[in-house]
Write a protein that binds this ligand. Structure first.
Ligand code: PLP
Length: 354
């Protein structure tokens, strides 16, 4: 603490990301990274563009990347906003679109960056508990509000919300904005992107970090009505003219061009997940339904905290959340390669039989 701190700094509760261990030989299943690397075509353009032009600033508007994304989703370029990771896109959206007199609403169990942004921007919020099955129950979000945000599928539960429920909600809640954070949507959840063409009160955010295997590059985007996008651009241009560097720009475009590779690795992760879920269930875990590249599960007799620390001793890193209490015995397992999941299952069997 120091007398030089701005007042708001004293009130912040920063988000704590999952550990990035310094040890190399660990099996890392704690931050939902993709076990498959990015497409080799993506790596090649990064190499190809690593040259003297790096002395020049990138395009401040990232036009070529926005055009690529717009064409891919069959929307207008004015419907696209890009940022340095979807966390940055979300941070800008909180500031640009969610700061009103009324509190914003999000689930009690969700991405813990949302309350962190609220503290940072001094946005009032109210949490709406998930139902007993850990599902988002949208009836609870109809009270007057300054906006609503949730991930679909939700994190860290992984549970997807059907699109018809989201559409019904958009009609009823037409006086305030809904942001759907689709960071994990490509792993088996229906996307709401096309609804942005019909509902001006919907903004959808996507990440390159999970399904596009580019967490290290920092790219994300939002899709929505051009008036919403304009608000995001105004905040961005009051903050950082160049959030997307030259290499991220070409790599992001290439990732969309190599759609076959993208679809292939998503399918592989989904197939591995289906096998893993069955195996976990046979080991006496209660597994929540997952539309993501991770599963959230609790063992019916052994303590989750103990399992996590014993896995760590065997070189496997997974994630658990102390709070809220009703999820503290659950473990979040990122879906890795088939080999990694086999090792995880063998180790779990060992730990559980001891
Ligand atoms: C990972 C994640 C993000 C952020 O991803 P970026 O790496 O910043 O693109 C956003 N929302 C949720 C729910 C996530 O899990």
């Amino acid at each position: 603490m120091s007398k030089f701190w701005s007042k708001v700094v004293h009130t912040l509760t920063p988000y704590i990301p999952g550990e990035q261990p310094k040890l190399n030989n660990l099996i890392k299943l704690n931050t939902n990274e993709n076990p498959y690397g990015p497409s080799s075509k993506v790596i090649n353009v990064i190499k190809q563009f690593s040259d003297d032009t790096l002395r020049l600033y990138p395009d401040p508007n990232s036009e070529a990347l926005k055009k690529m994304i717009a064409d891919y989703f069959k929307v207008n370029i004015n419907n696209i906003f890009v940022g340095n990771g979807s966390d940055e896109v979300l941070a800008i959206a909180f500031q640009a679109l969610l700061k009103h007199d009324r509190p914003i609403l999000f689930p009690d169990i969700t991405y813990s960056f949302y309350p962190a942004y609220c503290k940072l921007y001094e946005i009032d919020f109210k949490i709406i508990p998930l139902n007993e099955s850990f599902e988002i129950a949208l009836e609870g979000y109809l009270a007057p509000n300054g906006g609503v945000i949730f991930p679909n599928p939700n994190a860290p539960t992984g549970i997807p919300l059907p699109l018809n429920q989201i559409e019904k909600f958009l009609k009823k809640n037409n006086d305030s904005l809904l942001i759907v954070d689709e960071a994990y949507v490509d792993f088996g959840t229906e996307s709401a992107v096309h609804l942005t063409q019909k509902y001006y009160n919907l903004l959808v955010t996507h990440s390159f970090s999970k399904s596009r295997a580019l967490a290290g590059l920092r790219l994300g985007y939002a899709i929505g009505h051009q008036d919403l996008i304009e608000a995001l651009i105004r905040v961005k241009d009051s903050f950082n003219s160049y959030p997307i560097d030259r290499l991220a720009l070409v790599a992001g475009i290439e990732s969309f061009k190599d759609d076959l590779y993208f679809k292939n690795i998503c399918q592989k992760v989904i197939a591995t997940k289906l096998k893993f879920v069955n195996e976990l269930a046979s080991l006496n875990f209660l597994v929540l339904p997952s539309g993501a590249n991770f599963v959230f599960a609790k063992h019916l007799s052994k303590d989750g905290k103990l399992i996590v620390s014993e896995l760590r001793e065997h070189g496997i890193v997974v994630r658990r959340f102390d709070k809220p209490v009703r999820i503290s015995s659950y473990i979040r397992f990122t879906i890795g390669s088939d080999d990694e999941m086999d090792t995880l299952l063998k180790t779990l069997k060992l730990i559980l039989s001891a």
